[in-house]
Ligand binder design. Structure first.
Ligand code: HEM
Ligand SMILES: *[C@@H]1O[C@H](CO)[C@@H](O)[C@H](O)[C@H]1NC(C)=O
Ligand SMILES: *[C@@H]1O[C@H](CO)[C@@H](O)[C@H](O)[C@H]1NC(C)=O
Ligand SMILES: *[C@@H]1O[C@H](CO)[C@@H](O)[C@H](O)[C@H]1NC(C)=O
Ligand SMILES: *[C@@H]1O[C@H](CO)[C@@H](O)[C@H](O)[C@H]1NC(C)=O
Length: 596
């Protein structure tokens, strides 16, 4: 037999040698079928519950650093690492205390080392390549390759469990309306600590809606934002056709219109793309931008306008330096520059503000060129849910001396142009946003969004809050009082859910007691949100930019070792010029204290 035919035969031989598959045992109809053991969530430390036979399970502890039937026995290295590693709350304490120490750190190379640590150490909390999705609670090719799905960090609650959350809690989850009214609805506006303003809130909403675009057609579990990250689809559209409608096809620029002598996004008449406005708004009153829902709020159109102006301004700069480049090259290069600017702002201003850290965060792609880091990105449904930060929204909107109700503010097509970019940035940076965590801070106009997200999480069978705590290396709560840090809401929760282990993911996030001087609780803050945010942001930007060639080709005079930052600085100044407002309000806006 030649070697070639042997290699052909070998798989066949194997097949023949394999034992016959055991015949399936049929359950005795007289005996109640046994509870699916995975409903107890037996596997700890990120072990995976796999069913065997009819009522058996095994925990797959591969690469968890643990062994034993429930992945609870640490290997020696795991044990050592655990005993040396500071707890999340201690790390948080360190990063938010000792000003003088951080002043020193901020000014030295230690800052870079720590930043690299921030980026790499906890990034293994998010699986990459992605794991599950709403249709597959196990590893599959489909969930790896079909990017229409959001990924899932934890598989869903098995369908055959005794209670909706597994084995704990009541047979029925609490009525959503009742839950929302009792525990999420705002009584009195609770301001965010650290002076977070509503410009920050609109920035958050604008930024995240490039990768949170749940598909109405395909249903929950599916996304329209197939880029799964910071691709600026909210500026350029999530598909090529939309992009083409928005482009001017001259000098790389986007279409625009001039109103009262200022540049704004074009109207739907000028760039025929679908925008979601209430019926009756004529096309010439609708502004056309990358994200179809941004007509909802003047705050979103405001940022769309700022980025549109920035795009066209960078195009001008590039054309000046590269008169030979055609429209396509100018457009594509500008898009990359805007991606870089976005990530820079998000990490150094936005995440910095959210974290409350004294460590000065730094965005520099080169930090990770030598480190092991998975750039591959997939947006998770849990990430989408946790980002429903609607408590940020105030009771009404204050612009100048005028107060606007939700009815006047939502879908207001004239406000942006009436006031202009500068005045709106000024107004939004002065008004304090609401605290996200700690409960009871949803304005009544956005309460239905909380109701919808809880309904969706039930349909999608998201695991209990405590399972997510464990998944992210935090201790599960043992009582509702420990969760909320008070008695009243805890008692109501007890009555609604019956068991802390049956508490749902989203309510848990919003009702968890806030960390000291922080806008939300532990689960949303350090272990969950930051690695998620950071990892979601710093994913590999398209090739040319990764190396120095790209920078050199735009800025022939620049040396590689200057990195991206120096260019950012160059653009940063111009960016502020685009905004035509004082520096303190532009890049410090996100941190700007609304009212002392
Ligand atoms: C007045 C302000 C706001 C209004 C009226 C509003 C309204 C809505 C509505 C109607 C939805 C659709 C959800 C559903 O089907 O029920 C939604 C989704 C969402 N909102 Fe808001 N929202 C506001 C502000 C914010 C802010 C400040 C954030 C913070 C980041 C935010 C984050 C989200 C997210 C992540 C989604 C899910 C998007 C998706 O999966 O497609 N929203 N919002
Ligand atoms: C593993 O977990 C199951 C379910 O929680 C429990 O009944 C069992 O005693 C555990 N086994 C060990 C060895 O800890
Ligand atoms: C370090 O930098 C951050 C961000 O710029 C700043 O907020 C913080 O005050 C600085 N910390 C110290 C101790 O200088
Ligand atoms: C992804 O999965 C959905 C649901 O099964 C399906 O409708 C869609 O065609 C799939 N997409 C691709 C590219 O296969
Ligand atoms: C929209 O805002 C303007 C202020 O810029 C206000 O005069 C107008 O009444 C608002 N429109 C609606 C429908 O409330």
């Amino acid at each position: 037999m030649s070697r070639r035919s042997l290699s052909l035969w070998f798989p066949l031989l194997l097949l023949l040698l394999l034992p016959p598959t055991p015949s399936v045992l049929l359950a005795d109809p007289g005996v109640p079928s046994p509870v699916n053991p995975c409903c107890y969530y037996p596997c700890q430390n990120q072990g995976v519950c796999v069913r065997f036979g009819l009522d058996n399970y095994q925990c797959d502890c591969t690469r968890t650093g643990y062994s034993g039937p429930n992945c609870t026995i640490p290997e020696i290295w795991t044990w050592l690492r655990n005993s040396l590693r500071p707890s999340p709350s201690f790390t948080h304490f360190l990063l938010t205390h000792g000003y003088w120490l951080w002043e020193f750190v901020n000014a030295t190379f230690i800052r870079e080392i720590l930043m690299r640590l921030v980026l790499t150490v906890r990034s293994n909390l998010i699986p990459s390549p992605p794991t599950y999705n709403s249709a597959h609670d196990y590893i599959s090719w489909e969930s790896f390759s079909n990017v229409s799905y959001y990924t899932r960090i934890l598989p869903s609650v098995p369908k055959d469990c005794p209670t909706p959350m597994g084995t704990k809690g009541k047979k029925q989850l609490p009525d959503v309306q009742l839950l929302a009214q009792q525990l999420l609805l705002r009584r009195e506006f609770i301001p965010a600590p650290q002076g977070t303003n509503i410009l920050f809130a609109f920035f958050a909403q604008h930024f995240t809606h490039q990768f949170f675009k749940t598909s109405g057609k395909m249903g929950p579990g599916f996304t329209k934002a197939l880029g799964h990250g910071v691709d600026l689809g909210h500026i350029y559209g999530d598909n090529l056709e939309r992009q083409y409608h928005l482009r001017l096809f001259k000098d790389g620029k986007l279409k625009y219109q001039v109103l009262d002598g200022e540049v704004y996004p074009p109207s739907v008449e000028q760039a025929s793309v679908l925008m979601r406005y209430p019926p009756g708004v004529p096309p010439e009153r609708q502004m056309a931008v990358g994200q179809e829902v941004f007509g909802l709020l003047p705050g979103l159109m405001l940022f769309s306008t700022i980025w549109l102006r920035e795009h066209n301004r960078v195009c001008d700069l590039l054309k000046e330096e590269h008169p030979t480049w055609d429209d396509e090259q100018l457009f594509q290069t500008t898009r990359l520059i805007l991606i870089g600017e976005t990530i820079k702002i998000v990490i150094e201003e936005y995440v910095q503000h959210l974290s409350g850290y004294f460590l000065q965060l730094k965005f520099d792609p080169e930090l990770l060129f030598r480190a092991q880091f998975q750039y591959r990105n997939r947006i998770a449904m849990e990430f989408n849910h946790l980002y429903h930060w609607h408590p940020l929204m105030p009771n009404s909107f204050q612009v100048g001396s005028q107060e606007y109700s939700y009815e006047q503010f939502l879908f207001n097509t004239s406000m942006l142009v009436d006031y202009g970019v500068e005045a709106l940035v000024d107004a939004f940076s002065r008004q304090r946003a609401g605290r996200i965590g700690g409960g009871r801070n949803f304005d009544y106009h956005v309460l239905h969004v909380a109701v919808d997200v809880i309904k969706e999480s039930r349909e999608m069978r998201l695991q209990p809050f405590n399972e997510y705590r464990k998944r992210f290396g935090l201790k599960p709560y043992t009582s509702f009082q420990e969760l909320t840090g008070e008695k009243e809401m805890a008692a109501e929760l007890e009555e609604l859910y019956g068991d802390i282990d049956a508490l749902e993911f989203y309510p848990g996030l919003l009702l968890e007691k806030c960390q000291p001087n922080s806008i939300f609780g532990e689960m949303m803050t350090c272990p969950l949100c930051s690695p998620w945010l950071l990892k979601r942001c710093i994913y590999k930007v398209p090739e040319p930019w990764h190396g120095c060639h790209f920078l050199d080709s735009i800025f022939p005079s620049s040396a590689c070792d200057l990195g991206f930052n120096s260019h950012w600085i160059k653009y940063q100044a111009a960016f502020q010029e685009t905004l035509k407002i004082r520096i303190h309000q532009v890049l410090c806006v996100l941190q700007h204290v609304a009212s002392h």
